[in-house]
Design a protein around this ligand. Structure first.
Ligand SMILES: *Cc1c(COP(=O)(O)O)cnc(C)c1O
Length: 390
């Protein structure tokens, strides 16, 4: 591929950090894990962070830590990466899909309210996703979940560095003095959130993830379950107080993550710049919609996904993807909807038309090449080819 869909941004600093760990005997369960977790606590602003082997592992542990199991239902979106819903299935609970908003592509809050009304008794939690790095309306989601006594999980895997401006609810200051909104970062909402660090994410550890929460109990359970169910404080190596997994992250991965997170502002700015260049190049191009912008909802650019207009059908989009790839341009159809994946159809009987907004969007998206060091010339090449194919 001449221009890949994504590409990690690893500098000498990251290479050095990994090499330093390799010179020590502490390749696992060493000091880099705590350092990595503490840096996340500082960056996101939660009380606790638990490093895990992947974002998926983080989601799984949260479902378990919240005691969600057989017979329980969790409201979530059909328009996400499959891990979002799979983590519910791991515990034999049922994902209850709610359609998305056509602009933000995030779960539709009004439809959540309707869903809760119709099947309140079994629903235990809401698992919402900051799709393509655009935060959900977390103030509203927190209100809904409080009102119905539901747990709330933030799948912020795609949103490291995204921010929400929350209007200050305190009485207004005297005229002439502006009331500063409070800023909260993605990953800090609900009962707990997660990030994933696969190489296509804003920062990478190769494979890896982290759980973020203010809830001591959730953090403790996750930490123990990620480490074979061991008692974390004063526990013996071969004493296991609960069913656990090996979902640990190694010190090698953590060292890479620490060095990447140190560069986060630079990384986010590079990604904003690429997005701005695409916006400019695509301005006025007929037949497409560029990524949605929303005041007070600051996207962290994970991918750059355009949507074709209604006159294009799925087969047109698929043809464009094939043709772009033939021209050496990495493109993808983020996301095929989850409910129409084979084993979801088989298990739950979902069919086309069940979630029409998500399906309509999903049939028309094209994820363009997007990474920190994507050059303006390469973007021009991408856009020129896209225009021809349209
Ligand atoms: C990447 C991603 C995950 C899973 O992260 P992994 O580290 O690959 O397990 C979960 N949810 C969403 C929305 C993602 O994009």
């Amino acid at each position: 591929m001449k221009i890949p869909l994504s590409r990690p941004d690893i500098t000498g600093k990251e290479q050095k950090a990994v090499m330093e760990v390799l010179k020590t005997p502490h390749l696992a369960l060493g000091p880099k894990i705590t350092e990595f977790e503490n840096n996340f606590i500082r960056y996101v602003g939660t009380k606790y962070a638990v490093a895990v082997s992947s974002g998926t592992a983080g989601l799984h542990l949260l479902i378990r830590a919240m005691g969600i199991g057989e017979g329980d239902e969790v409201i979530t979106t059909p328009f996400s990466f499959i891990a979002t819903a799979n983590c519910i299935l791991f515990e034999r609970a049922k994902p209850v899909f709610v359609d998305i908003e056509p602009n933000t592509l995030n779960i539709d809050l009004d439809k959540i309210k309707v869903k809760i009304k119709t099947r309140s008794s079994k629903i235990k939690a809401i698992l919402a996703v900051d799709v393509f790095g655009l935060p959900c309306d977390w103030s509203a989601l927190e209100k809904i979940s409080r009102m119905h006594n539901l747990r709330l999980i933030e799948d912020s895997a795609e949103a490291l560095g995204a921010e929400l401006e929350i209007p200050n609810s305190k009485p207004a200051l005297p005229a002439g003095r502006s009331q500063k909104p409070s800023i909260r970062k993605a990953g800090s909402f609900g009962d707990a959130g997660i990030f994933g660090f696969y190489p296509n994410k804003q920062i990478t550890t190769g494979e890896g993830g982290v759980i973020l929460t203010d809830n001591k109990n959730i953090a403790g359970l996750c930490r123990s379950m990620a480490n074979q169910g061991r008692e974390i404080v004063n526990g013996n190596w071969l004493e296991h107080t609960m069913l656990g997994y090996n979902y640990r992250l190694s010190d090698i991965n953590c060292a890479l993550g620490i060095a990447q997170l140190e560069r986060i502002e630079e990384i986010l700015e590079k990604r904003r710049k690429v997005a701005r260049t695409y916006n400019a190049l695509l301005k006025g191009v007929p037949g497409i919609k560029v990524p949605y912008q929303r005041e007070c909802f600051h996207r962290s650019w994970f991918v750059y996904v355009i949507q074709l207009a209604k006159e294009y059908k799925k087969k047109d989009r698929d043809r464009i993807l094939i043709e772009m790839k033939k021209r050496g341009i990495g493109c993808s159809n983020y996301f095929p909807v989850i409910h129409l994946q084979r084993f979801y159809r088989d298990e739950f009987g979902y069919k086309e038309g069940d979630f029409p907004i998500a399906e309509g969007v999903s049939n028309r998206t094209i994820s363009l090449p997007f990474y920190n060091n994507l050059s303006p010339e390469d973007m021009e090449y991408v856009v020129a080819n896209l225009k021809t194919l349209l």
